[in-house]
Design a protein around this ligand. Structure first.
Ligand code: ZN
Length: 357
């Protein structure tokens, strides 16, 4: 299939940088030439129509959740995965800089094929010219010092989006544990430092991502920020009552702010039973899309794959399966104009509203 016949997809979340820093000697080369591991590399992205998205810088915990077998746990009908302990700044900062440098090196080694985008105009130019539009995003600000000095450095390196917390607690706030069934109202929200971080993001026009915040943190941001409310990779709580999904009240606030939700491909956030199980029909994902369109509006919904960070439906498989998802959306009844909105236009417009022109 030629690339021009593919629906372009701009995506709200991926973890390819984390995949690439693990045990690779030439990660930028492996990404650009294609290593065929996991969900994403540049040759496969071109085959799937993936034109850009948020590239997460995420500091992994050494022992995930204290040695608990998370896969086994999340295959049960109910679960509450214990969160790993808070991380220390020094080591977190080192990994944050390592992963930021990896995206910069990918951009440099790509000789113009990959661009770290700083404006919506950058993204549009990339989509029109077949380049990969990458947004440097932080998922969990463990690598950022309390006085936010490194924020200025990262901003100059292209950082344009931050989720103050991954689910693990940090000096900025508390996230949601992976719990099913559960309300997202699981604990305290942002700390005073977390509020300072949101204010600094507003000043710099860095997007604040709500996806891993608990409900109190969500409302803390909603109260403080002057930007649209955005959850890059979360689904509808009414369909799948997982702690990571958004309640109707949260969706109404996102709509009110002219914000955005990226539909997560992770089966535990899609399936009404909350299970990590790749035998999950695409229709189940599209139910979330319908619901989110109804509650946030047709201009406020996009995709947020979690590629290389989650168990996704087997029918998608990896990024090359995106056209199968687009076909399923088309068969479901979305016309071409709606498909374009959901697949990329809404993201670009929401970023323009957040970053300014
Ligand atoms: Zn995430």
């Amino acid at each position: 299939m030629s690339r021009s016949s593919l629906m372009p997809v701009f995506d709200g979340h991926n973890d390819v940088l984390l995949r690439l820093i693990r045990g690779k000697t030439q990660p930028e080369r492996d990404f650009l030439k294609g290593d065929n591991i996991g969900h994403l590399d540049w040759p496969r992205m071109k085959q799937g129509g993936f034109v850009g998205g948020f590239f997460a810088v995420y500091v992994p915990s050494e022992s995930t959740s204290g040695g608990v077998d998370v896969d086994a746990l999340m295959a049960r009908p109910q679960y509450d995965v214990p969160l790993p302990p808070q991380l220390e700044l020094g080591a977190s900062q080192r990994i944050t800089l390592h992963m930021t440098s990896l995206l910069l090196r990918i951009e440099r080694a790509s000789q113009g094929e990959v661009k770290i985008c700083r404006t919506a105009g950058d993204i549009r130019t990339c989509i029109d010219s077949g380049k990969l539009a990458a947004i440097l995003h932080i998922e969990g600000a463990e690598g950022i010092d309390p006085d936010l000095h490194i924020l200025d450095v990262l901003y100059e390196s292209g950082l344009r989006s931050i989720g103050p917390v991954w689910s693990r607690p940090n000096i900025f706030g508390h996230g949601v544990p992976f719990r099913y069934p559960s309300s997202p109202d699981t604990g305290p929200g942002l700390t005073e430092r977390g509020k300072d971080l949101v204010r600094a993001c507003n000043r710099l026009k860095i997007m604040v991502d709500l996806s891993h915040l608990n409900e109190k943190g969500f409302w803390d941001v909603a109260q403080l920020t002057d930007a649209p409310l955005v959850a890059t990779h979360s689904n509808a709580h009414a369909i799948c009552p997982h702690s990571r999904n958004l309640t109707d009240k949260q969706l109404a606030a996102i709509r009110e702010s002219r914000g955005m939700v990226g539909v997560n491909f992770a089966t535990s956030f899609i399936r009404p039973d909350g299970m990590r199980n790749d035998n999950t029909p695409l229709e189940e994902m599209i139910r979330h899309m319908d619901y989110l369109i109804e509650h946030v509006g047709v201009d406020g919904v996009g995709l947020g794959s979690d590629f290389d960070g989650a168990t996704i439906p087997a029918e998608i498989g990896d990024v090359r399966g995106l056209p199968r998802l687009v076909d399923a959306m088309r068969r479901h009844g979305y016309d071409e104009a709606i498909l374009r909105k959901l697949c990329y236009e809404n993201w670009v417009n929401a970023l323009e509203r957040t970053w300014g022109r």
